[in-house]
Design a protein. Structure first.
Length: 213
């Protein structure tokens, strides 16, 4: 899988990694994807100690749609609640090129506009209210774990502004969200940056991990 080289790199640096999969659309629709990520997080929390890890130091991280799901599970307590967990059980969350706002924007250039302009919105039954509820930005609260959002300079154009708006909401709630824009990186370049020893993407992620640990 495309995420395995990233896991291999992090493991080589001493970080344990669990690669998570989830139901896909089609045939499944939201919230199946977020429910699966929450279930996977709960499984890791319950089983990581037997594999040499610390259940109190489990984070959520992902790229693009995986980042969206990671942030949503870390922000909206409804997903972890069936597992008797809450966002406070997430040590931190890292979003690479993460959509945080799935709504349409007044200028027609929101991530929701992109989804509704193609098949991407099918996963949300093309329901604007559901897309809003699936937006991590709608669930920012004082329980949000420490968060790092990395966006490429040449990434999807709305992601930087949405990330900064997310960070402003978090600041109002008394939470810390770091936002960084990586020069020259496009959407996939942000993910590939996780495998390069001196790449600014990996450097920023490692700095963040050291701070929260």
């Amino acid at each position: 899988k495309s995420s395995k080289p990233i896991a291999d790199k992090l493991q080589s640096l001493g970080y344990g990694c669990a690669l998570v999969s989830h139901r896909l659309s089609p045939p499944d629709v939201f919230p199946a994807h977020a429910e699966d990520v929450a279930s996977a997080f709960a499984w890791v929390k319950s089983n990581i100690a037997a594999r040499g890890g610390d259940p109190q130091r489990v984070i959520l991280a992902g790229h693009s749609s995986g980042a969206h799901l990671s942030l949503l599970v870390a922000a909206d307590p409804r997903y972890l609640a069936p597992h008797h967990l809450s966002p406070s059980d997430v040590l931190a969350v890292i979003g690479l090129s993460s959509p945080v706002d799935l709504t349409r924007h007044p200028d027609g250039h929101g991530y929701g506009d992109v989804l509704l302009g193609g098949p991407g919105a099918d996963a949300f039954r093309r329901d604007a209210a559901l897309m809003k509820d699936a937006s991590p930005a709608e669930h920012v609260s004082k329980s949000l774990p420490p968060t790092l959002l990395l966006v490429g300079e040449r990434d999807l154009p709305m992601l930087e502004a949405d990330a900064r708006a997310f960070a402003r909401k978090a600041e109002i709630a008394g939470r810390t969200v770091e936002v960084a824009v990586l020069p020259g990186k496009d959407h996939m370049g942000v993910a590939r940056g996780m495998t390069g020893d001196q790449d600014p993407v990996l450097v920023r992620v490692l700095e963040f991990l050291k701070k929260i640990n």
